[in-house]
Write a protein of this length. Sequence first.
Length: 116
Amino acid sequence: QVQLVESGGGLVQAGGSLRLSCAASERSFSAYTMGWFRPAPGKEREFVASITWIGSRTTYADSEKGRFNISRDRAKNTVYLQMNSLKPEDTAVYYCNKYPPVADYWGQGTQVTVSS
């Protein structure tokens, strides 16, 4: 069973930073485009950011551009999301998955709470 395990969430004040990690249980994930997602009104989860398998191309939702940075360490089978200038509206559980996401690969996510 392939597992994606998110970590790094926490409570932070507005304007602060957090670095999320997503560790994959199988090395095969290093060959996939990966993304970060979070719940949104009217959607199960909305897109936050993605990164191609060699890390040459990153894409961000408009609200995250300039604040978030997605990266990956293929040797460690891990994808990261550096979150800067956090806002209270960024409060959510953050999930990683392949991009486009696959239902079977959703993990438990990691809670990010931003206080005002």
